[in-house]
Design a protein around this ligand. Sequence first.
Ligand code: SF4
Length: 276
Amino acid sequence: MNDKLKEALEEYLSIIRDLRSHLLDLKEAGFAEVRSPIPDEEPAKGNVELLDKHRIIAIETKPQKPSGSISAIPTSPLLFSGIAPASIFAAHDMEGLKREVLNCKRCPLWRERTNVVFGDGDENADLMFIGEAPGEEEDLQGIPFVGRAGGKLNEMLQKVGISREEVYITNVVKCHPPRNRDPQPSEIDACEPFLIRQIELIKPKLICALGRHAANTLLKTRSSLGRLRGKFYDFHGIKLFVTYHPAFILRNPGLEDRMLADFRRLKAEYDRLRSE
Ligand code: SF4
């Protein structure tokens, strides 16, 4: 198989995987029917008709159960002392780590990046947001969450009274995957040590994982976002909250109220932790 064909197949599989998990997330969020927004091509109930993964109408048919308590995910004693990837960069301070990341060629994503997107915000923040990967605008500017998804994140922060300057924002992978595809597991594995070292250095009291990739990477699970979101977890002694990625909300505006409710819970916990 030639390289071009291999790349096309890889991208096709990535889109299918993305679409499948997107549909599973919607299903677990309580949406029983998903159909295309073409009014004169109404699908029969139960059918799934998708013309474009960015144009999905979801129909909610059952209310979601409120979730609350801290989930009992066991704490690994290894994370900040002995986990193998973290130890690779354990000697780096933030500046050293940034230099390392800016020159990184640990996975093939370096070939197509315009800029490495290391992170942005207060390096002493109590609250850290972790997304999936830089988009096109982020790649151009070298700053995370500055495109449309960034605008939605800023809006959510503003609505609950958190300023962007007081938090730290980064992604699981630091280079833009071509054509906005999902990062591959091997790319996530290659980049994760940088994220772990960032968390070690920032020492946040609270982490918010935005979307499935961030949640799955940090919690070492393959659960769908529908199962994970809206709950607090123990991430090696740091509280971790999971919610939607703002890009998902841009594609599914009907879920915006849920994301805002998540952000209100996040803010309440953030205030509580800071007052301790
Ligand atoms: S995505 Fe991460 S591991 Fe891959 S080249 Fe960029 S910085 Fe390196």
